[in-house]
Each structure stands twice: as structure tokens, then as C-alpha cells.
Design a protein around this ligand. Structure first.
Ligand code: FES
Length: 637
């Protein structure tokens, strides 16, 4: 009898990048991924215990061995039904091709790429438009004035009846003659002529989108003839010297007569520095930039434009300006073409600013059929929930714990910060991953959420967040004040420090996550749906992108929905600012949306205190709201 062996090669292809590798029977998807150059999270070293290497098998599932015991323990019924596998446990059983999707949350280092934001398609229709006009020269037979000649040529060419800015009046006589009666005019929103240049300069049209965050400013120089980003630069917000958070900066403006001026000049100085850097990178002059489109939270927006922000600090927290603005750059002190424009998207409410509006534009939540939610986590977490029919928003005071503040060994997500944690449930051995794989210096927000999730999963924390008795693990130590701490990482000869999680750290995170979950519950309650029925969460901002969605659900920060329904959108505020710069349709839409979104002031809601108290538990007092990990059975059993 002849034994037939199928020697035809099999391939595993990984989406969304399209990498593929040839594979032999008996190889795990994690190993194939490595050979295909796809970095999948594998914090437990591929032993099937951390659950971080989730992938979804789209085709060829029958070519893999059935799910193992580890997979059945880690993955929910729904995940298994939808084809989710642990890459380290899923082994090829027979030849044939397999198509595997690696979700964003399972891609190692995914956040570094995504921090740049998303790039939704926008039809180009910038507010600044250049039109090349040609006209007959002035002569003794035709002695009409330059402005009449220019405006009638413009009407013929572009069918617009613009008005001349005084600068154009001043530049026009020489520009027309220098260009031999061919000139390029720049129109703002097809109404006002803001610039005239001799000849044809229509191939040069630039604008800058700026996202002014409380901690960081990012600027994007855009070529508005084709919508491409030419250069991106960022820097810490120079206002940090006046206070780390928005409230302390507002307080500064209240305590010092020239406080607003100081804060205004600091942020404008930062923006100007970024404008110069991006222009230098792209080889253009600052004067070539015709418009700046800025977004930021309401306080940053007001301070950038030199508008008093003090009334944001006390009830009823009304912003001074909600509507979108377009100003002369000279009024703000921004260093671009002096007769261009500095614009800002509209704010929504006191603590839901133009940056949240930009995220709304970028995610497209406003046109979804099903109810979704966007969440931008910061000292104040902005939440917008709804769909094309109705949108509600609120701002949750989540505090700075996720940025490492008020955490004993907390730090920002920079080199040496622990950003991933896995605890072996049996031995309590710990694997930590640090930013840049450097010796551990501290722990950042995503690391502490992971740590608390793992401590809870392994019984080191109970549902009230209390650290277990000394002796439960040799990593638990008593402190002189009677509380306990958990040693996450011991100091090492590589220069790494000892990092511990104290009882106080746990409580800080409980307060922060309870604020966010309460905001979510109340916003969704207003829309009449339960958290579990959310179709999608758009997680924006640096922290939202870095944090492990599974850990965030496990501690009760995000609602208990399948992690594949959570989409990381990076710096979506920057994406929305670019969209608004590229398209007046989008900024008009923003204007309409800012009136449509209903603001909920959380502190005045009847159920706020009760919801907040329940959300302080891990994951929640009402365990039925977190069914996927079996808390309900655990607590009842
Ligand atoms: S690497 Fe697969 S479960 Fe940890």
C-alpha cells in the first residue's frame, strides 16, 4: 500500500497587515505570527495563562486543534463561538490555509502606532481656497480701477462675489502688475479675499491643525491642495509651570491679575514653536500657513484665545464661548500669515470641549445606527454616547491617577514605566513589561490597571479592593500605618527600583474607575440602554489607547462587552482637528452637533451617589453587570 503524505505548503495570513508565513502541522499560531513578523502580546511567555494573545480565526478554523482547557477557562462562550483563540494554544492540526485577525489589543506595541490617531476620509473643502485670475491690463481705453477689474475677473472665474480685506487693497496694485495681470487670490469661505499674490501660486496652500491638551500640544502641518499631513510636532504644554491640571491653572488666573495673560502667552508660545518646527521640516515659511484650526478642552480653548476661563471653575460651569470661532491671527498672537485665520471648533459644555467635539467628528459616532460611546480618559474623562438620532455627554472627574499622580510609584508612560503586568495565579510570580524594555522606574496608568486587574483575579484583592492578609502571598507586606502593600517588582542589579502597589494606590484607581463607570451608566441610562447593550466603545487619547481593554473591564472601568467591540482611536482629537481644517462641511457639522449633544451634569443627578458607591467595588457591587468573568457565580458560590 502506498502511503500518501500531503506535502503541499500551508499558509497562515494575518490581518490587518496581510503578513503571512508558511506553516507546518504542530506549530502554534503564536510561533507562526513571530515568523510572519507580527508581534502578538504574550506576556506569560506562551504558556496559555495570561490570555493576552487573543486572535480571531476568520477562515480555516477546522485546520486547528480544538480549544484547549486553558482556552475554555480564559475565553467566554461568545468569544469561542466567534472564533477567538489564544494564539499560543491554537495549533495547526492539518494542512491548509488559515486567515487570522489580530485585534488591536493583542498587538504588541500597537499603541505606539495608534497614538498618532485615525485618519478617516474627508472630501477636501478647506476654508481657504486659492483662485488664479487673469484680467486685461489697465489701459487708456480701459481705465477701470484695480479692485473692479479683480472682482469681475473673480466673478467670471469662480462665480463668487468676494469682498477685499484691507491688506489685499494694499497689496493689489503691485501684485497685479508684477504678475502681468495674473494673480492668485486666497478666499476665506468664498467670501473675503485675504491675500493676493502675483502669478499662479495655487500649488501652495497650507494649514495647521493643533490639539492643545492639558499636558501635551500636537501640531499637524497639512497640504490643503491634497489633504496630506506634511509634518507633525509635539511638545509638553508650557502651561505646566502654572499647574499640572486644568483647575490649578484656572485658579492661577484668578489669583494673579495678569494670570490669564501669562497662561495665554505660554500656550500661544508653544503653538508658535510647533508652527515654526513643522514649517522648517516641510521647507516652507510660517507666512505660507493660511489657517490654524485648534481644538482643546474648554479651559485650554479659552486660554489659547485669551478668553477668561474662571467661570468654568464654579457652578454652573458655563463656558464663555460655545460657538466655533475664526479670528485674525494677530488677535491671538499666532505666527502665521497675519491676515489668515485662527479658528477653533465649538465647545459642547463647561467640561466637554472642542477636543471632545473633534473626537466625535473623527469617530463618526454621530452617524452610527446602533448606540455606541466614545470615551476620552484624562483628569476629566469625556464621555459621549448615542447614535445618529440622539447624543448625550458628560464629564467624569476621574482625577490624575491614570497619569501616575497620587500613586506611590506612579509615573507617566515614558521609558522604564511598567505598562503591562501578569501574575501567575498559582505561584504569584510576576511578569512586567516596561516602556522601551528599560529597567523598571515606576508604573504608568496602563500598568496599574493591569496590576489591579491581576491582583483581583488572583485573589490578592477582594471585591472591596482590600489587599489580602500578609501570608496569603510572600509579596504582601504590612506597613507601619496598618495598611498593606503588594510588591510588584523587586529592585534589581540592572538599576530597576522596587515598585509596590499600596492600599492607597488601589483606592485611587477605584475612585477613578468608579467616576468613569458612573458617567457611563448615567449617560447610557439617559438613552435607555444597559451598558452590556453598547454596540461599540471608541477609546480615545493616550491612556485609552495604552490600557488593556480586558483589564479595564475586569476592574469595572469599561462596561462588560466583548473586547473586540472596543476600538482604539489614538489621538482622535488631532484627527478631528485635521478633518475640520480640511473640510468646512465638517466644521459646519460640528456647529450643528454642538447644539444637538445633550449635556448631563453628573453631580446633580439623583442616582449619582448610589451609582458611584456601587462602582467603587471590583468590578462592581452589582456583579450581574459584569457577567463575562463569572463574578456572579463566584460570589454566590
Ligand atoms: S501568551 Fe497566550 S495566554 Fe499568554
Amino acid at each position: 500500500m502506498q502511503l500518501l503524505i500531503d506535502m503541499s505548503p500551508s499558509f497562515v495570513r494575518f490581518q490587518p497587515l496581510g503578513n503571512r508565513a508558511e506553516v507546518r502541522v504542530g506549530t502554534s499560531l503564536l510561533d507562526v505570527a513571530g515568523r510572519a513578523g507580527v508581534s502578538v502580546e504574550s506576556i506569560c511567555g506562551g504558556t496559555g495563562r495570561c490570555g493576552k494573545c487573543r486572535v480571531v480565526v476568520r477562515t480555516g478554523a477546522d485546520r486547528l486543534r480544538p480549544p484547549t482547557g486553558n482556552e475554555r477557562e480564559t475565553l467566554s462562550e461568545e468569544e469561542l463561538r466567534e472564533g477567538t483563540r489564544l494564539a499560543c494554544e491554537a495549533v495547526l492540526d492539518r494542512t491548509g490555509d488559515v486567515l487570522v485577525e489580530v485585534p488591536e489589543g493583542s498587538r504588541r506595541g500597537h499603541h505606539r502606532l495608534l497614538a498618532a490617531g485615525i485618519n478617516p476620509k474627508v472630501s477636501l473643502k478647506p476654508a481657504m481656497r486659492k483662485v488664479v485670475v487673469r484680467m486685461p491690463p489697465a489701459s487708456l481705453k480701459d481705465m477701470s480701477a484695480d479692485d473692479d477689474r479683480l472682482l469681475s475677473a473673480l466673478r467670471r472665474k469662480a462665480r463668487v462675489a468676494g469682498t477685499l480685506s484691507h491688506r489685499v487693497r494694499q497689496d493689489m496694485p503691485d501684485a497685479l502688475r508684477k504678475g502681468e495681470w495674473t494673480a492668485t487670490v486666497t478666499l476665506f469661505r468664498d467670501k473675503e479675499l485675504v491675500r493676493i499674490e502675483p502669478g499662479d501660486t495655487s500649488d501652495s496652500l497650507h494649514g495647521i491643525a493643533v490639539d492643545i491638551g492639558t499636558t501635551k500640544i500636537v501640531a499637524y502641518l497639512m497640504d490643503l491642495t491634497n489633504g496630506k499631513t506634511l509634518a507633525t510636532e509635539s511638545m509638553p504644554n508650557p502651561q505646566i509651570q502654572f499647574g499640572e491640571d486644568v483647575m490649578s491653572r484656572i485658579t492661577y488666573t484668578m489669583r494673579h491679575d495678569d494670570g490669564l495673560d501669562q497662561l495665554h502667552h505660554a500656550v500661544v508660545g508653544g503653538v508658535n514653536e510647533l508652527i515654526s518646527k513643522t514649517c522648517e521640516k516641510a521647507g516652507i515659511q510660517n507666512d505660507d500657513v493660511l489657517e490654524v484650526m485648534a481644538v482643546g478642552n474648554t479651559a485650554m480653548h479659552h486660554m489659547f484665545l485669551g478668553i477668561p476661563s474662571r467661570h468654568l471653575a464654579s457652578a454652573p460651569y458655563a463656558p464663555a464661548v460655545r460657538t466655533g470661532v475664526s479670528l485674525d491671527p494677530m488677535h491671538v498672537g499666532v505666527g502665521i500669515y497675519p491676515f489668515g485665520r485662527v479658528s477653533a471648533l465649538p465647545n459642547i459644555a463647561g467640561f466637554v470641549g472642542a477636543d471632545a467635539m473633534a473626537v466625535l467628528l473623527a469617530t463618526g459616532l454621530y452617524k452610527d445606527r446602533d448606540i455606541g460611546m466614545l470615551i476620552d480618559i484624562g483628569t476629566n474623562t469625556e464621555i459621549i454616547a448615542g447614535n445618529r438620532d440622539r447624543l448625550v455627554c458628560c464629564s467624569a472627574a476621574s482625577g490624575p491617577a491614570f497619569e501616575g499622580a497620587h500613586i506611590r510609584h506612579g509615573m507617566r508612560a515614558s521609558t522604564g514605566a511598567i505598562e503591562r503586568v501578569w501574575i501567575d495565579p498559582g505561584t504569584h510570580d510576576i511578569v512586567c513589561r516596561t516602556v522601551d524594555d528599560a529597567p523598571a522606574k515606576g508604573i504608568c496608568g496602563s500598568g496599574i490597571v493591569d496590576a489591579i486587574s491581576e491582583m483581583f483575579k488572583t485573589g490578592i484583592l477582594d471585591t472591596s479592593g482590600k489587599i489580602a492578609e500578609v501570608g496569603r502571598s510572600d509579596r504582601i507586606r504590612g506597613l507601619p500605618d496598618g495598611t498593606r502593600e503588594f510588591v510588584l517588582s523587586k529592585s534589581g542589579c540592572d538599576g530597576s527600583r522596587e515598585i509596590t502597589i499600596t492600599q492607597n494606590d488601589v483606592q485611587e484607581i477605584q475612585l477613578a474607575k468608579a467616576a468613569i463607570f458612573t458617567g457611563t451608566t448615567i449617560a447610557l441610562g439617559r438613552l435607555g440602554i444597559a451598558c452590556k447593550d453598547l454596540s461599540r466603545i471608541y477609546a480615545a487619547g493616550a491612556f485609552g489607547t495604552y490600557v488593556d481593554a480586558g483589564s479595564a473591564i475586569n476592574i469595572g472601568m469599561y462596561p462588560d462587552i466583548p473586547t473586540e467591540r472596543i476600538r482604539f482611536v489614538g489621538n482622535a482629537a488631532g484627527s478631528g482637528a485635521r478633518m475640520a481644517l480640511k473640510s468646512t462641511n465638517r466644521r459646519d457639522l460640528a456647529e450643528r452637533l454642538s447644539k444637538k449633544v445633550e449635556y448631563i451634569e453628573l453631580a446633580t443627578q439623583d442616582d449619582f451617589q448610589r451609582e458611584f458607591a456601587m462602582a467603587m467595588f471590583l468590578p462592581h457591587r452589582d456583579v450581574e453587570r459584569f457577567p463575562s468573568n463569572g463574578y456572579a457565580e463566584r460570589t454566590s458560590g
